[in-house]
Design a binder for this molecule. Sequence first.
Ligand code: ADP
Ligand code: MG
Length: 210
Amino acid sequence: MRAEVFRAWITAAATVIGEQRDHLTQLDAAIGDADHGINLDRGFTAVVSAIESAAPVTPGAVLTLTGTTLISKVGGASGPLYGTAFRRAGRALGDAADVDLPGLAVAFEDALAGVQQLGAAREGDKTMVDALAPATAAFSKAIAVGASAADALAALVEAAQAGAAATISMQALKGRASYLGPRSVGHEDPGAASTALILGALRDAARAAP
Ligand code: ADP
Ligand code: MG
């Protein structure tokens, strides 16, 4: 996968975040402060502009610029967390012009490690980690058994979606939602939902690539 696919991913992510902005904000209204969709939409709009003007030429540079821009434009918990995830993934990809599946798996693992180092959330704490961790594991497992890129990315997204859905029954132990204690149960975590959308955009961009 070359830089064009990564640029198409981020553009598609910006589009789906824009389309789902109100939905994500409503999820955050239930257990947070009703800004998640607004935060991410602002951030990804800025990312698309940054990519258009800087025109990064490697996959790693696309993801690093995405992360840096999210950190500078998104307030709240999710900006630094997503920013770190993209920066760590970008760093893992290095200067390569073309990224293979094992390289992408390492990037996801590094992204997850970065989110967990910064936010200290574990699986089951009802955060974006509950989408990103199973997605990363499913992707690595798929490529270990020789899956195609399409199948590995499908497994990635299915695991992220299932992980996000599973947050509904969890009690939040990290982030703003944890202030609600048991009242956080019964609602999907907004960051897990947005993670599934962002990873879905990667699957779609890779599928559409020539
Ligand atoms: P804020 O909570 O500051 O308003 P957002 O609403 O943009 O920020 O993002 C909230 C999301 O951030 C949560 O749904 C959760 O997925 C994620 N989040 C919050 N704290 C953590 C953490 N410590 N580790 C991982 N993810 C977290
Ligand atoms: Mg919020």
